[in-house]
Ligand binder design. Structure first.
Ligand code: THU
Length: 159
């Protein structure tokens, strides 16, 4: 028998501790929540991507009366990037969310499993890590890459 332990490092920063570039990314993700279409859950999620050329792209959750047709903020941003600028590398993604009260969540918002899977394939595709910023009013979690958030993951090497 073998015990395998996997641990990840999370850096938690208060707003005042973010670098200027990090603050821009976080604010972009927060701003993106206002473009969300969430008439069913009333949970507005925003995602912002930082590319290797310094530009950014936003995404937000887009719901539908046929619930499974909707898409999360992270995937809306990453698929838009894949469709519009596949040559750019995503060096970081930030996620923020406002709950049913309209306030930003206190806890750093966590990406769902499906989004982690798509985020993971972005890293594989571009062959470089994507930093993950999870915003909450009590602080922002910073994870150095997506694989840390999805250990023992399925990927194309199994196919
Ligand atoms: N949602 C996201 O946009 N990202 C996540 O990682 C978790 C959930 C959205 C989907 C749905 O529109 C709403 O939040 C409630 O689940």
């Amino acid at each position: 028998m073998e015990n395998i332990t996997i641990s990840i490092k999370i850096v938690k920063k208060l707003d005042s501790e973010l670098t200027a570039e990090e603050a821009l990314l976080v604010n972009s993700a927060k701003e993106a929540t206002y473009k969300s279409y969430a008439p069913y859950s009333h949970f507005s999620v925003g995602a912002s991507l930082l590319f290797d050329d310094g530009t950014m792209m936003q995404g937000s959750n887009q719901e539908n009366s046929s619930y499974p047709c909707g898409i999360c903020a992270e995937r809306s941003a990453l698929f838009a990037a894949g469709a519009q600028c596949p040559e750019k590398k995503v060096v970081a993604i930030c996620i923020a969310a406002r709950d049913t009260s309209g306030e930003f969540t206190s806890r750093p918002v966590a990406p769902c499993g499906a989004c982690r899977q798509v985020m993971s394939e972005t890293e594989d595709r571009q062959k470089s890590p994507m930093k993950v910023y999870l915003y909450g009013k009590e602080g922002t979690y910073i994870v150095r890459n997506v694989k840390d958030l999805l250990p023992v993951s399925f990927d194309a090497s199994f196919l």
